[in-house]
Design a protein around this ligand. Structure first.
Ligand SMILES: [Mg+2]
Length: 260
């Protein structure tokens, strides 16, 4: 099945049918709400996107589900959505005070093992994120060789991690950690909402699109023949148009209710 471009009469009609004040509006962060930048630590929301997202937050429940830590993501967002889930679905707000010790303990053990095995490999960076560990190899001169060495090192971890690929990054999570798909379903349940709209651009977001759940309206950021999402936008710069469309639909619905 190929995805349909969202900004067509059919696409917008489908969005309008699905978007309501009792829909959960969920988004990935990097490459979706925020443009991808070369320096990972310099990512931020464009001001018009932040403003539009702020309006959406006042009209309906908004969740951000990201591979970053919650702390990192909050800084980039510059505003608080109703729910922010970090570490690819594994890090939830309730755990902030006492972060899941078993998960973080295991990840810190992996970090030490990986540092011993990969510490000397050129261009490989090990990022410990509490509930997950990310191995970045974008800066390697030979990215294929770096990935091969990363794979060998991962094989030696005990117990073995759940592995999620990305753009020049391999993410490792404990087997029992929630995926983004499981996190979205849990988020809908926690708000008591039966429908969601989710936008994302990366491999980890396919965990949501693959749910094949009619209640979840999937939008892939970027045209991609491999995505399981039914709809797509051409690139991240169209996200502002999407947010404005969502706000417009909800404001119209509210006005109709006010005059009824
Ligand atoms: Mg992304």
């Amino acid at each position: 099945m190929t995805a349909t471009y969202l900004f067509t009469p059919e696409g917008l009609a489908a969005l309008t049918r699905h978007a309501a004040t009792d829909t959960l509006f969920a988004f990935d962060l990097d490459g979706t709400l925020a443009p991808i930048v070369a320096d990972y630590s310099a990512a931020q929301l464009d001001e018009p996107v932040r403003t539009a997202l702020g309006r959406l937050v006042k009209l309906a429940k908004v969740a951000v589900i990201t591979g970053r830590s919650r702390k990192d993501a909050l800084t980039i967002l510059g505003l608080e959505p109703h729910l922010l889930v970090g570490n690819h679905g594994a890090e939830w707000p309730a755990r902030e005070g006492a972060r899941d010790r078993q998960q973080t303990g295991l990840c810190s053990k992996w970090r030490d093992r990986l540092s011993a095995m990969l510490g000397q490999v050129q261009g490989v960076e090990i990022e410990f994120k509490g509930e997950s560990v990310s191995l970045h190899y974008r800066k390697a001169d030979d990215t294929e060789k770096a990935l091969a060495l990363i794979n060998v090192a991962i094989e030696k971890l005990e117990p073995g991690p759940k592995r999620i690929g990305g753009k020049f990054v391999v993410n490792l999570l404990p087997m029992e950690a929630l995926t983004k798909g499981e996190a979205l379903v849990a988020a809908m349940a926690s708000f008591g909402l039966k429908r969601a709209i989710f936008s994302g651009d990366d491999l980890t977001d396919e965990e949501v699109f693959k749910l094949k759940n009619d209640a979840v309206f999937g939008i892939h950021i970027g045209k991609d023949d491999q995505t399981a999402a039914p709809y797509y936008l051409n690139n991240q710069s169209e996200l502002l148009g999407l947010l404005n469309a969502m706000v417009g639909i909800l404001e119209t619905e509210r006005n109709v209710q006010d005059t009824a």
